[in-house]
Structures are given as structure tokens and as C-alpha cells.
Design a protein around this ligand. Structure first.
Ligand SMILES: Cc1cc2nc3c(=O)[nH]c(=O)nc-3n(C[C@H](O)[C@H](O)[C@H](O)COP(=O)(O)OP(=O)(O)OC[C@H]3O[C@@H](n4cnc5c(N)ncnc54)[C@H](O)[C@@H]3O)c2cc1C
Length: 504
């Protein structure tokens, strides 16, 4: 069960004395669980396989004349303002002054989206979108605003959902939904400079009952569409990695990077970790362990002492791939094209293109998040060589932005294909398309401890694929360890191995 922060805050002091806890993974879940356990008086150390902290919060800074140039968030880049746990830590860590508005997909009227007649500006797109949407309906007997609503919901779904998921929907928004919408006054939700769009986020916030008219496959994806196209999303001014870096600086226990867990053996009275550091191997015997390794990576690790149900969920949890490709450009050329931020839906392999704020020194250039993909497009881009990938993105994107072909415009490229990245092997857990009860059963199983081995990470949460989920799971795990009472026989077992680290 997910505890509130207040409940965790309410735990003053430890139950049964301080515990020694090893946390695997210095992503946001590992850092939050370590931070909270230390606040509760426990002793914590973190083991991180890669050379970096932050995991899937990864900011890449481009060099420029010896100074740090603009940056690209190649992992998480925005926070819906309603993600209260994430916002809580931002405030608690003194990062509130870093919070800025995040301009999202379609928020800038000059951004583009594709149609059957070519790229359209968001501000000019409504007539074509409505005509294309209406053409797929059994009846056109709807009010103008209902069709506008349907057209923008469809366009948002197409832009946010992986290509195969959108195709499976087959443009089916459900007659019940449109019939229901047709009875609601949508005029207050018309937005954009020419009032040619519908603010879907505001509409569903005011009319939550309408969700029950959505076909199930759409309803289960709706939160992601609304979160990603919401006008109340924020970012951190200096890059998202300031959050894990600030958190790490507040943790007293050691954070060891370059220490890879290669085996986990759960015993009645200890959890034994096999570790690799460079070419050497180590065995560490731990009282308690919190594992935040994504299940995609955990599957490849030698595991013993786990029950079968736990092994099943580790092996069966689905993840989607995600790939981001950022171009360091000589200048923010899109500004001359009238685009001041937000994102275009480019389609093709590129999918989404974001225009991060170019608020640094102009001489150091600007970053274009040329392509953000999930699902099959991310896998396809991830499989390509760097040169091939850059060529594909440049070819597709220059149809919309020919400036990219100017000599010297692209100064550098940074990309991360999370689906094949050694430390994640996936961008995030997929629980779309599942009924709520099935989703919750899977979450519980993913988070269920194995004796002294606890689990956290976005895959163990009710908000997978978000920082919020990783934090939620970390708070739950801290709470469980706090209240975990090992059997006396476990603590004093004569067969217990000594607490040493030995070279194997
Ligand atoms: C492309 C992309 C875009 C995203 N966009 C957003 C967004 O805009 N907003 C948002 O809120 N969320 C977003 N997310 C999701 C968010 O980044 C994740 O949910 C969150 O960062 C996951 O944190 P975690 O601690 O669960 O996992 P991770 O960050 O993956 O942490 C796990 C850690 O374990 C380490 N590890 C792995 N294997 C081993 C091993 N064998 N031994 C030791 N250590 C190991 C890894 O190196 C890593 O540091 C995005 C994710 C991706 C990939």
C-alpha cells in the first residue's frame, strides 16, 4: 500500500534500533529510499553499477569554448505539477527557485504537426484535423466543438502513444464518448491564440465523470496523454539531474559507483550480494537490501532464494524502449521560424521534437531535442548505428526544419537509447491497457519483499514511467523496512556468516 509522506514523516525514531541497509542503484528511487532511511536513523550505503548517479534522470551538457554550453535532458525532462511527491522533494531540497514552466507538445501555436496534406502549424491545423477526424466517424451529426474535441484528443494520442498502441486504437474514440461530449458546453475550454484547440487537461479535470464513457483502451492511456499535454508541467532550470545530485549531497552514507551487482542470494538471515568492480569480484553479506535495479537488468543477474512468483514477475514485467536524440545547434534557428518553445509532432521515426528554452549564452548555441520516441520507433532508432540514426533524423526533420542542412548548423549530437542501455534495458515499465485491478496486483508483486530483500523503483509503483512513481515506491520501501521485524532466530542464527567483505 502506498503511504503518504505524512505517514512516513510520522515515524519518529526507529523501531527496534538502527538497521544497516544496502541500497542497489543510485537512481531517484535508490537515493530517496536512502535519504528517508537515514532520516529514520538507519545506516545506509548505496551501490551503483555505472559511473554516474541519477539513472534515468540524465542531463547531458554540451561543451562550448571551455564553458558549459546548453544541455539536453536525455531521460526525464518534465514534472506534472500534480506530482506532489516530486514537488515535495524539490521544495525540501531547496530547488524551488529552479522550477520553471515546461512548454509541452502543441503549447506553441507555431509548432508543427503532420496531416495528409503535409506539415501544418498548430494554429492552422484545426480545419484539416477536424475534417480528417470526422471522415472516420460513422455519423457526422456532432456539434462543431465536439468534433474539435475529438480531433485534438486524437492528435494528442497519436503524438504521445507509441505507434503500435495508437494503431491498435484504430482511431476509435467510442460513440458513447462523443455522444456524452456533445451535451457539454466546450466553449470555455477553447484555447490557443485563435481559440482553435480544446484544453483537454482542463476539460477532464472539470468533468472526471466523462472518463467512464471512454473505451477501456483509451481510458487507461488517458492520464499519460493529459499529463504530457498539460499546461501545468514544470522543469528544472539547470537540468533535471540537479534533483538526484542535490539528494546525493544530503546522504551521509557512502555512494559507491562502478560497483556492479552480478548476483543476489536471499538467505533466512542475510542477503548476499556478488559484486564486480573493474576486473575484481567481491561478496558482500548484508542485513537488509533495497534493490532498485530495473527488472530488465535484474533478469540477467544470478538470483537465488527467490520464490517462484517473484521470479515470474521479474521475468514477465513488460518495458517499453525510449530513445532521445539531441542536436547541439549553432543557434536556435526555430525562433526565426516563430517557434518560441514547446514541441512539434514530427511523425515518421522522429515522432516528437522539442524546442528547449535557449536561455544560455547565445554564443554557446542551443539544443534541439530532435527526436523523442517510445516503443517500436525507439527500438528501431536504438538498433541503428550512430551515423545511420543521425542521418535518418536529419533527413526526416529537415523536411520541417530545412535550416538543419545548413553547413555548420549542427555542432554535436548526444543520444541515449534506453532500450539497449546497459543499466536500464528499457525506458520504463508498461502497464497500459491493463485493468486497474490487474495493474495493482502486478505492482504489489513487483514490490513484494523476499525476506530481507526489499524492492523499489518506478516498476514497483502506481505511477510507472514517472519520477513520481520511483519516489512513491521508495517511500513505501522505507516504510516497510522501518516496520520489518526479523524473526529473532534470524538475527541470532548460529550459522549466520560473518559481516565481512571478501574477495572471491
Ligand atoms: C526517455 C525517458 C523520458 C522520461 N521522461 C520523464 C519525464 O519527463 N518525467 C518523469 O517524471 N519521468 C520521466 N521518465 C521516467 C523516470 O526517468 C523514471 O521513472 C525514474 O527516473 C526511474 O527511477 P528509478 O530509480 O526507478 O530507476 P533508475 O533511474 O533506472 O535507477 C536504477 C539504478 O540502478 C543502477 N543499476 C542497474 N543495474 C545495476 C547493477 N547490476 N548493479 C548496480 N547498479 C545497477 C542503474 O545504473 C541506475 O542508476 C522518463 C524516462 C525515460 C527513460
Amino acid at each position: 500500500m502506498t503511504r503518504t509522506l505524512q505517514e512516513v514523516d510520522g515515524l519518529d525514531g526507529t523501531t527496534g534500533g538502527p538497521k544497516n541497509i544496502t541500497v542497489i542503484g543510485a537512481g531517484i528511487a535508490g537515493l530517496v529510499v536512502a535519504y528517508e532511511l537515514e532520516r529514520l536513523g538507519h545506516h545506509v550505503q548505496i551501490i551503483e553499477g555505472s559511473q554516474e548517479i541519477g539513472g534515468r534522470i540524465h542531463t547531458r551538457r554540451f561543451p562550448g569554448d571551455g564553458k558549459t554550453g546548453p544541455f539536453a535532458d536525455l531521460g526525464a525532462m518534465r514534472i506534472p505539477a500534480g506530482h506532489r511527491l516530486t514537488m515535495h522533494y524539490i521544495a525540501e531540497l531547496g530547488l524551488q527557485k529552479q522550477v520553471r514552466e515546461f512548454q509541452t507538445l502543441f503549447s506553441d501555436d507555431a509548432a508543427y504537426l503532420p496531416s495528409s496534406t503535409g506539415y501544418l502549424r498548430v494554429r492552422d491545423a484545426h480545419e484539416t484535423l477536424v475534417a480528417e477526424f470526422a471522415a472516420g466517424l460513422p455519423s457526422r451529426d456532432y456539434r462543431e466543438n465536439t468534433l474539435l474535441f475529438g480531433a485534438w484528443l486524437d492528435a494528442s494520442l497519436r503524438a504521445v502513444a507509441p505507434r503500435d498502441f495508437y494503431s491498435a486504437l484504430g482511431g476509435d474514440m467510442g460513440v458513447e464518448l462523443l455522444n456524452c461530449i456533445d451535451h457539454i458546453d466546450l466553449a470555455p475550454y477553447r484555447c490557443g491564440t485563435t481559440k482553435n484547440r480544446i484544453d483537454l487537461h482542463a476539460f477532464f479535470a472539470d468533468h472526471p465523470q466523462v472518463r467512464s464513457f471512454c473505451p477501456p483502451h483509451l481510458e487507461r492511456f488517458l492520464d499519460d496523454v493529459l499529463d504530457e499535454t498539460s499546461s501545468t508541467i514544470v522543469r528544472l532550470r539547470d537540468g533535471m539531474d540537479v534533483l538526484p545530485r542535490r539528494l546525493a549531497s544530503r546522504i551521509r552514507g557512502q555512494i559507491s559507483t562502478g560497483l556492479e551487482v552480478t548476483g543476489i542470494d536471499v538467505r533466512d538471515d542475510a542477503v548476499i550480494l556478488r559484486l564486480r568492480q573493474g576486473v575484481g569480484t567481491l561478496t558482500r553479506i548484508c542485513d537488509y537490501v533495497v534493490c532498485t535495479i530495473p527488472f530488465t537488468v535484474l533478469r540477467g543477474i544470478q538470483l537465488s532464494g527467490f520464490d517462484q512468483e517473484k521470479l515470474d514477475i521479474i521475468h514477465q514485467t513488460k518495458y517499453w524502449a525510449g530513445t532521445k536524440i539531441a542536436f547541439h545547434c549553432r543557434e536556435a534557428f526555430w525562433e526565426k521560424d516563430g517557434i518560441s518553445g514547446g514541441a512539434s509532432f514530427t511523425g515518421g521515426h522522429v515522432r516528437q521534437t522539442y524546442y528547449p528554452p535557449a536561455d544560455g549564452e547565445p554564443a554557446l548555441g542551443a539544443v534541439l531535442l530532435a527526436s523523442y520516441t517510445i516503443g517500436p520507433d525507439a527500438e528501431a532508432l536504438g538498433r541503428m548505428s550512430e551515423a545511420q540514426r543521425n542521418a535518418v533524423v536529419t533527413r526526416e526533420l529537415s523536411l520541417m526544419h530545412p535550416e538543419l542542412r545548413r553547413p555548420g548548423m549542427v555542432l554535436g549530437v548526444a543520444a541515449r537509447a534506453w532500450g539497449s542501455h546497459r543499466w536500464s534495458r528499457g525506458a520504463a515499465t508498461v502497464r497500459w491497457g491493463q485493468a486497474a485491478a490487474v495493474r495493482e496486483a502486478e505492482r504489489r508483486e513487483a514490490a513484494r519483499p523476499q525476506k530481507g530483500l526489499f524492492f523499489a523503483g518506478e516498476h514497483c509503483s502506481s505511477k510507472p514511467a514517472w519520477i513520481e512513481g520511483a519516489i512513491e515506491s521508495a517511500i513505501d520501501a522505507a516504510h516497510e523496512i522501518e516496520w520489518y521485524e526479523p524473526r529473532a532466530s534470524r538475527v541470532f542464527a548460529a550459522t549466520r556468516p560473518s559481516r565481512s567483505e571478501e574477495s572471491a
